[in-house]
Structure formats: C-alpha cells, structure tokens
Design a binder for this molecule. Structure first.
Ligand SMILES: [Zn+2]
Length: 253
C-alpha cells in the first residue's frame, strides 16, 4: 500500500499525553496499512478513554473508523470541542462506579469518603482489575497508560496530578459528580454502604470513652465497621470541606 499521512490535532489538555516536544498538539503519522483511528491516536500516547470526540471533515467518527489515505483529524477530550456536536460523543459522565488500580489507595479513600463506589484491591493484578471492571461495568482509574489503552476499557481516566486531593477534584470534574457527593455514606475500608444504627445495637463494641461521649453511629453493611463523629471524623470533615471549596471556587470562574 502506498504510504499516506494522518495529521492529528489534539485539543485542550490532551497535550498532557504528547510530551513536551510536540508543539501545539499537532502530530503527523505516516502509515503503510489501513489502521483504526483508535490505534493511530494511541500510537501518539493518548489513551482512548481520554477521547470524547473525533472529527474528520467536521463529522464525528468513532474509534473503529479505519483510515486508509491522507486525512486530518481533530481529537477532543471530555468537555471540549464544538458544543453543538452532541452525537457520537465517546465518553459518558454522571453517576457511575469506579475501579482504581493498586497505586491509587488515597484517591480511593477520598472518593469513598465522598460517597462514591470505588472497587479497590491493592493486590490485584492487571488481569483481575480488568475482569472486575468489565463484569461490574466500572470506569477505570489508573496512571498506567498501557492499561488504560487496553481494548476492553470503555471508560476511564488518568489522574494528571500525583496528589490524592488534586486527583479527587480531577475525577469529580471529569465525570461531573459534583451533585452526587454524599459524605459519610460509604465504608472507607470495604466500599459498602453505611447504615445508621442505634447506640444500643453497637454499645458492646465501643471503647469506654466513645460510649460516654457519642450518640450517633453508623455501621458498614459489609464488614461491620462502626463509624461515629469522633476526632477522626473532624479531620475527614475538614478534608471534605477543602475539596468542596476548591470545586466551588473553580466552578464560579
Ligand atoms: Zn465496610
């Protein structure tokens, strides 16, 4: 096959994946065989779950589209691209469930603290991770680019920051979760829901001082862990307030 050139314009923060040598997000690829647009995009370092819209001659195309001649395509992340184009958006947002890889323990804890369903097993290998993701229809959170590029990943996100609080804010923005925040409704240890329980139901398991000073308790419906509004709670509350105020601040701009 005669060689042909694909010119890709990566928009908005997709530059993050291209490396500093690529000016203004433009990359040219010379190919000698038919290739899916997904593979061309990923050969530039951009995982497909980061891509929400691909335009060819101003028309949206999907990942399976095959390029076989000289073309120029536009690639947009979630939240970018011509707003009038609503069809063929490749990602979704809103209320959904997640699975985080073993390196994102702090992010997992933060998201659970805010009430989000995040599966997490520090010991899980890639194969197990992808299995649970697919079976339970979860969006994958990982800073492993290769893993995110795996063909069976439908939705996912690569946290840009290495800081867990920043990552939390990124995930809430990316998946538009702001309205779904429900602090202290999910177990930080096992991810199951918490249920309010009467003090009499848990009193035998409490430390002497806790018995005296606290009246309101929640218990995990999964592992049985008991939560109450102690000094640890105040620290967590502060953390939630910081995250929420950062989210609000940026929203008003
Ligand atoms: Zn639990």
């Amino acid at each position: 096959m005669k060689p042909f050139t694909v010119r890709l314009n990566f928009h908005a923060d997709l530059n993050f994946f291209l490396g500093s040598r690529v000016g203004r997000g433009v990359i040219e690829r010379t190919l000698t065989e038919k290739t899916s647009v997904k593979d061309v995009i990923e050969s530039c370092g951009v995982p497909h779950p980061e891509v929400d819209l691909i335009l060819l001659n101003r028309q949206p195309i999907d990942f399976a589209y095959t390029v076989a001649g000289d073309v120029e395509i536009e690639v947009f992340p979630v939240g970018a691209g011509p707003p009038q184009i609503k069809e063929k958006r490749l990602q979704y947002s809103g209320d959904l469930r997640f699975i985080a890889d073993g390196h994102l323990g702090k992010l997992t804890r933060n998201l659970r603290l805010l009430g989000f369903d995040v599966a997490y097993d520090r010991q899980a290998d890639d194969h197990q991770l992808l299995n649970v993701m697919e079976r339970e229809n979860r969006a994958l959170l990982t800073r492993d680019r290769r893993l995110l590029m795996h063909a069976i990943v439908r939705h996912g996100y690569y946290p840009r920051s290495q800081n867990a609080d920043e990552q939390t804010i990124e995930v809430i923005r990316r998946f538009e979760l702001f309205e779904s925040i429900a602090p202290f409704t999910r177990c930080l240890r096992c991810n199951e829901r918490l249920r309010e329980v009467a003090k009499t139901e848990v009193i035998e398991k409490l430390e002497p001082l806790t018995k005296i000073y606290y009246e309101q308790f929640r218990r995990c419906t999964g592992c049985g862990q008991i939560y109450w509004t102690g000094s640890h709670f105040e620290k967590l509350q502060k953390r939630i307030e910081i995250i929420q105020s950062r989210l609000m601040g940026k929203r008003d701009v």
